[in-house]
Design a protein around this ligand. Structure first.
Ligand SMILES: *[C@@H]1O[C@H](CO)[C@@H](O)[C@H](O)[C@H]1NC(C)=O
Ligand SMILES: *[C@@H]1O[C@H](CO)[C@@H](O)[C@H](O)[C@H]1NC(C)=O
Ligand SMILES: *[C@@H]1O[C@H](CO)[C@@H](O)[C@H](O)[C@H]1NC(C)=O
Ligand SMILES: *[C@@H]1O[C@H](CO)[C@@H](O)[C@H](O)[C@H]1NC(C)=O
Ligand SMILES: *[C@@H]1O[C@H](CO)[C@@H](O)[C@H](O)[C@H]1NC(C)=O
Ligand SMILES: *[C@@H]1O[C@H](CO)[C@@H](O)[C@H](O)[C@H]1NC(C)=O
Length: 656
């Protein structure tokens, strides 16, 4: 392969702000809802767009206190009330949040109870209901976070990093002050060496440990907190519950090589199994769903053939990114960071707010771990030139063409401009990444589909195959149970319109607040002045927008089904079809699929009890119930529950 190093790491933003919303009523009938300004404002405040800036703003203030307590004492209340006025906050009641108390505490120079922002009146409820039924902790529980969720700490002792020593450089309040005051250094510290995929010289960043490492990203933005609260009600505590934090920037290979992550996890499982005399329940979110294969693998886990059978009771894959994430592909191609990192919106906010796209792209590219989101299975899963499994009868354009170009004029002179299936797009995108990235991909990841049982058997000792469930088999554990639980009903990026040009594309034009924005207030986060236009040849064709056609196109992005971040096909197809085959599931492990409909409540921050958003689902009643049932030993009660047509879609895929 002659692959040239090209600088095409940049991208366009998809701006998605309109006052006309197409939605569905309870029967699934499409409705058009035109929102008034006031209504939009309220909704905006309720949404994470508001909560992040809020959390982060408060975080920054707190950062200032910790940095220089003497001066900020005076500044604080003034800044706070300005902020409150700016966002008209008094009018909006977050349940459980007492602003007068926060202000009072602020004035008294006490750290306010920011975590109250987490509360929306349904804390511990699922746990209480289970306790009422007489259920109590049975199996030890291990929680495995997804990408971006775990906090990272600096352990470098070299002089220029001493100020950061043992502080969180990812997650938490300190990140904000570091990003604000020490941006260059912060970025250099978090970036990995593109050759080795490890820390650059003199830098040492390690995953934070313990339950705090991923219970909240930043005060006011919970991740695992709700699950932990509910588990605690039925007698879970650090003795029988463990959060397996990891440095999500690393490739799985390096995670074992540098941190011994999988070996440690395996020992921990053995220890819990031995001490409590009960098999362990593994609960993984998002990208964490890959962990099972790595823990059992003979190379790294060295567990032997019946290790999983003897140690793991059940594996819960919550919103698992089994077959990749379409929107990650645009990040690899055109540096579209925001949407990808929306696997974790708080992280996205920080990166968006403080870094140029070029910087973000550089950072993202250096994180080998992100490549596990690369789309898997090619056209067999995601569709060919004319059909995709999740196309509807009335679609005017197939999702099978993963990347489309409107303009076919330059086809001859520029072979890059053609409509592409996932297979073609995957190759094409890889060619547009730097050589170091390509090498890393070739050595550590694999995205094909393997149908030959003999090869699958051999892949048991090929680590690069283990993050792809289509090229590796589930462990031989006949009595283990697998639960796939994920949300459905939030519009999710599925395929794209791209544009291509030989000339520099002016970023500043694309990002300027345009007519569609709600008076500019709801627009994209401001650019830093350093964000100069980049030379780039491919970008999402934001001019393609059509809300009336099927599939709906928004600013160049064709929407499909899913949980807002991960496509339904990736979330569910392995669970309902792939793993029903002996080839990928030799022991015939029982797979139960629970789809959670997305019914967010607009008045509750982050959607409340019935949301199924990719991250927020960790706080939903449905998922918490499922986790508690499995942990307390009544997992048998859980039955397949579907709200989507995933079984039909999966049946249309080419598995054989
Ligand atoms: C990729 O895998 C190889 C082993 O096959 C390993 O030596 C190398 O460090 C890995 N690279 C990254 C970035 O993980
Ligand atoms: C594309 O997929 C559809 C449905 O699976 C199939 O009928 C069709 O023959 C395929 N087209 C090509 C060119 O392979
Ligand atoms: C046709 O399009 C509508 C939306 O316009 C959609 O709700 C419906 O499910 C589609 N029908 C079929 C059969 O795909
Ligand atoms: C891609 O497909 C669209 C829609 O079918 C078509 O209008 C366009 O000309 C195609 N582009 C190329 C480069 O063939
Ligand atoms: C918001 O936009 C509307 C229509 O574009 C305009 O009439 C109104 O004055 C704007 N409001 C503000 C506060 O700019
Ligand atoms: C969530 O859904 C359940 C059942 O569908 C309903 O009883 C409950 O009131 C809903 N909760 C919220 C906060 O919307």
């Amino acid at each position: 392969m002659a692959l040239k190093k090209r600088k095409t790491w940049a991208g366009s933003e998809t701006v998605e702000h309109t006052t006309v919303e197409h939605t569905e009523d309870d029967d699934g009938t499409p409705m058009v809802v035109v929102h008034t300004k006031e209504e939009l404002k309220r909704r905006w405040i309720a949404s994470r767009r508001f909560l992040f800036p809020l959390g982060i703003f408060l975080g920054t203030l707190l950062g200032f206190v910790l940095v220089s307590p003497a001066t900020s004492n005076i500044e604080f209340p003034a800044q706070l009330s300005m902020f409150l006025q700016q966002y008209d906050i008094q009018k909006f009641q977050i349940p459980g949040l007492d602003w007068t108390r926060i202000e009072a505490e602020w004035n008294n120079f006490k750290i306010p109870e920011l975590w109250k922002l987490n509360n929306d009146g349904r804390e511990y409820q699922v746990g209480e209901a289970m306790k009422e039924r007489g259920l109590t902790a049975k199996h030890p529980v291990i929680l495995v976070p997804g990408v971006i969720s775990t906090g990272l700490e600096s352990w470098s002792t070299s002089p220029e990093y001493r100020n950061f020593f043992r502080e969180k450089v990812w997650g938490g309040f300190h990140m904000i002050s570091q990003v604000t005051f020490n941006r260059e250094r912060w970025m250099a510290g978090l970036m990995l060496d593109p050759e080795t995929g490890l820390d650059p010289p003199d830098v040492k960043v390690r995953a934070a440990q313990g339950i705090d490492a991923a219970s909240s990203f930043i005060q006011g933005y919970w991740i695992w907190s709700k699950v932990i609260e509910n588990l605690a009600v039925v007698n879970y505590d650090p003795n029988n519950m463990f959060l397996a934090a990891y440095d999500w920037r690393l490739s799985f290979w390096n995670l074992e090589e540098r941190d011994g992550y999988f070996s440690v996890l395996k020992s921990r499982i053995e220890e819990m199994r031995g001490r409590m005399g009960k098999k362990v329940v593994l609960v993984a979110h998002s990208m964490g769903s890959t962990v099972l294969k790595w823990v059992e693998s003979p190379e790294h886990g060295r567990g032997g053939p019946s290790w999983v059978e003897n140690h793991i009771e059940a594996f819960v894959s919550a919103a698992g990114t089994h077959l990749g994430v379409p929107k990650a592909m645009t990040a690899f191609l055109s540096g579209e960071m925001k949407d990808t990192v929306e696997l974790h919106p708080a992280g996205a906010y920080v990166l968006e707010r403080f870094f140029s796209r070029k910087e973000r792209a550089k950072l993202f590219r250096s994180w080998a771990g992100s490549a596990s989101m690369w789309i898997k299975g090619g056209s067999s899963i995601w569709g060919n030139f004319t059909h995709a499994p999740d196309d509807h009868a009335n679609f005017t354009h197939t999702h099978g063409r993963f990347i489309s170009f409107r303009d076919s004029s330059s086809t001859e002179s520029d072979p890059g401009v053609r409509n592409m299936t996932v297979d073609e797009a995957s190759t094409w995108i890889l060619q547009h990444t730097p050589t170091t990235f390509q090498k890393m991909m070739a050595a550590n990841f694999s995205f094909e589909i393997e149908r030959d049982e003999a090869v699958l058997e051999k892949n048991n000792v090929v680590p690069s195959k283990w993050s792809n469930p289509l090229e590796s088999r589930l462990p031989y554990a006949p009595s283990m149970k697998i639960y796939c639980a994920y949300g459905h009903g939030k519009e999710t990026e599925r395929s794209y319109w791209y544009a291509r040009g030989e000339y520099e594309y002016d970023d500043s034009q694309a990002d300027s607040p345009n007519a569609q924005c709600f008076n500019g207030t709801d627009c994209d986060t401001p650019r830093t002045p350093l964000d100069l236009p980049l030379a780039r040849k491919n970008w999402i064709d934001a001019e393609v927008s059509d809300d009336t056609c099927q599939p709906r196109v928004r600013n160049g992005v064709q929407m499909g089904e899913g949980d807002g971040t991960v496509s339904l096909l990736s979330l569910g197809a392995m669970c309902v079809e792939g793993w029903k085959r002996k080839r990928w599931n030799p022991a015939g492990i029982k797979i139960t699929t629970v789809e959670l409909p997305h019914r967010p409540s607009p008045s509750i921050p982050r959607g409340g009890a019935n949301t199924s958003d990719h991250v927020d689902v960790l706080g939903s009643t449905g998922l918490n119930e499922l986790i508690l049932k499995v942990a307390t030993g009544v997992g048998d009660e859980i039955e397949d529950t579907f709200v989507s047509d995933i079984r039909e879609y999966a049946a249309r895929m080419h598995w054989d």
